[in-house]
Design a binder for this molecule. Structure first.
Ligand SMILES: Nc1ncnc2c1ncn2[C@@H]1O[C@H](COP(=O)(O)OP(=O)(O)OP(=O)(O)O)[C@@H](O)[C@H]1O
Ligand SMILES: [Mg+2]
Length: 302
């Protein structure tokens, strides 16, 4: 293995370069550990624009790049995860809407991400924007996604297809029926928290909702992971948010936080994740490191 160069880290830029180099060398060619059984992770925060979609697609891409079999379910009518993964999601293409409202088998909506053959996607189209209301009058409206996913997993097993290691469900910024379906489906929740002033506002509402789902609909559900996003170490505020989050959620919060980075925000316009668009950029390395940390956590910590 190549040795880690001795880099002067007396300035923030030099320190960042040194950190990136260290990460790049440790992550090179690394195989990510497979979980004992499929981990189903709901990515949620009813606060908008905190990095739910960016984290979903980049963690998923990093895991796929690390050799794992991953499925991303886009459950947001905005369809941002589908865009970032380069998946057609024009109105009318088979999507999560058909699964939730028309009870179409999930397998009929799954497509392969062009960048990674072992990264599968269920897209969301604009049709989903009516689903919150359409679902209200349907039977078992909270458990539709779970049943569909359980069936798909069983189907894959019967067909002798490789087991999925991770399923990520990207939620819209609300606590409506789409998010409830995602909470009933997931066994664990990942909450991205943006390192800014209002970061913790609304968090107690989110945790209360998760507790309610846990006591009525899904005993297994728990917050396994908190990921700090859009971190800018130059501001005292960001450092303060990090301290506060770690104080309250020390066990769940990943050591690796995601820095604010231009590459991360421009990747979706190329229909790509930053992990495939520029794998050695600071943002991509941070997501790859975070994904590895998540995959390496001991089973009982999940
Ligand atoms: N680390 C980062 N550095 C720079 N920009 C980022 C970073 N993470 C996310 N962004 C940008 O911030 C915006 C919000 O991110 P994202 O769409 O992932 O949030 P979200 O929580 O999914 O939003 P919504 O609630 O609308 O679904 C996007 O424009 C995204 O490109
Ligand atoms: Mg989003």
């Amino acid at each position: 293995m190549s040795s880690i160069p001795d880099i002067d880290d007396s300035t923030p830029l030099a320190a960042q370069l040194a950190e990136d180099t260290r990460r790049r060398l440790t992550l090179q060619g690394l195989q990510y550990p497979r979980p004992d059984k499929t981990r189903i992770v709901t990515v949620a925060n009813q606060k908008g624009g905190v990095g739910k979609t960016t984290s979903t697609v980049n963690l998923a891409a990093a895991m796929a790049q690390g050799g794992l079999n991953v499925l991303v379910i886009d459950s947001d009518p905005q369809g941002n995860a589908s865009t970032a993964l380069g998946i057609d999601h024009r109105s009318g293409v088979p999507s999560i809407y058909d699964v939730l409202v028309e009870e179409r088998p999930l397998g009929e909506t799954v497509v392969q991400c062009p960048e990674f053959p072992n990264l599968l996607v269920v897209p969301a189209t604009i049709d989903l924007s009516g689903a919150e209301i359409e679902l209200v009058s349907l039977v078992s409206r909270e458990t539709r996604l779970r049943r569909a996913l359980d069936q798909y997993i069983e189907e894959r097993e019967n067909q002798g297809l490789s087991r999925l290691d991770y399923v990520f469900v990207d939620c819209p910024p609300s606590l409506g029926l789409l998010t409830v379906n995602a909470f009933v489906t997931g066994r664990e929740v990942l909450i991205p928290i943006q390192c800014e002033y209002y970061a913790l506002e609304g968090l107690s509402q989110l945790l209360k909702t998760i507790e309610m789902i846990q006591s009525h609909l899904n005993r297994e559900l728990h917050v396994s992971t908190i990921l700090l996003t859009m971190y800018d170490g130059r501001t005292n505020l960001a450092q303060q948010v990090v301290r506060e989050v770690r104080e309250h959620f020390g066990r769940q919060t990943l050591e690796t936080s995601i820095p604010r980075s231009v590459r991360v925000s421009e990747a979706p316009s190329y229909g790509q994740t930053v992990v495939s668009y520029e794998p050695t950029s600071t943002g991509a390395l941070a997501y790859r490191q975070a994904a590895f940390e998540m995959a390496s956590k001991r089973q009982h910590d999940q």
